[in-house]
Design a binder for this molecule. Structure first.
Ligand code: GLP
Length: 235
């Protein structure tokens, strides 16, 4: 599938991501259902949204969440999104995962929700150093749906910086690759030289569950907003 790459200067990344996001939002004829990620990748994008909060409204759908935390824990991804985007933009409709619920019941609830409401209209995603999307680690089937996953040591190490030295949970709930494949519009945000190799492998290597992000090669309506260091290996 052809995709659009928006190559940005580091300083302009958030602004360009917001432009692509708003244009895509405007193309959806109803209240868009939008998946948003956590991580360092979307930070400038969220900053730009906070700087210009008057944008069309949308419903937020959670991408992934640690398991086993109290619902008030500030380290929950859902709280992170509340602080960075949803409260500043006054987004009221939020489909979030309950970290404290029985995991199997929670997965059943999420699957039932998607059966009733259908796929998201847009997914904004980041890519992990090992090619993970959300918490779909290498080996995740492209047919996978929302489910409980065990995090790899690499991902636990990558997430350590969000935990102030605390112990990163080892289990999480994530939407599956099949949930992401059904989405009409996808925006991939990539920043920094450390992501250059995995971005290249995702887009130009074999399409394989060993690189979960390689599903993007077959994805319709894909926009990649990447700064120049992240694009260093691209042809
Ligand atoms: C995290 C999150 C993902 C995120 C990815 C990349 O573990 N579960 O949703 O996209 O890894 O994170 P970062 O943007 O900090 O590199």
């Amino acid at each position: 599938m052809p995709y659009n790459i928006i190559a940005t200067a580091e300083a302009d990344h958030g602004h360009q991501a917001r432009r692509a996001f708003c244009q895509t939002l405007a193309s959806v004829p109803h209240l868009p259902k939008v998946i948003l990620p956590t991580g360092s990748s979307p930070a400038p994008f969220y900053q730009s949204l906070r700087d210009h909060p008057s944008i069309p409204s949308f419903s937020y759908l959670q991408l992934d969440e640690y398991l086993g935390l109290d619902v008030r824990d500030k380290r929950l991804f859902s709280k992170w999104l509340d602080r960075d985007v949803l409260n500043p933009l006054n987004i009221q409709n939020r489909m979030i995962f309950n970290s404290a619920a029985n995991p199997d019941d929670e997965v059943r609830r999420i699957l039932a929700w998607y059966k009733q409401h259908g796929a998201a209209d847009m997914a904004v995603i980041g890519i992990g150093l090992n090619g993970h999307i959300g918490f779909n680690e290498p080996g995740s089937s492209f047919d996978s749906r929302a489910r409980v996953v065990t995090l790899t040591p690499e991902t636990i190490a990558a997430n350590q910086s969000y935990w102030n030295g605390g112990k990163v949970p080892t289990r999480a709930i994530t939407l599956g690759i099949a949930d992401l494949k059904e989405v009409e519009h996808t925006i991939l945000l990539v920043r920094g030289a450390a992501k250059a190799e995995i971005l290249y492998r995702a887009l130009h290597g074999p399409v394989t569950p060993e690189v979960p992000a390689s599903y993007l090669q077959q994805q319709r309506n894909l926009i990649i907003v990447a700064d120049r260091p992240a694009l260093a290996m691209m042809p």
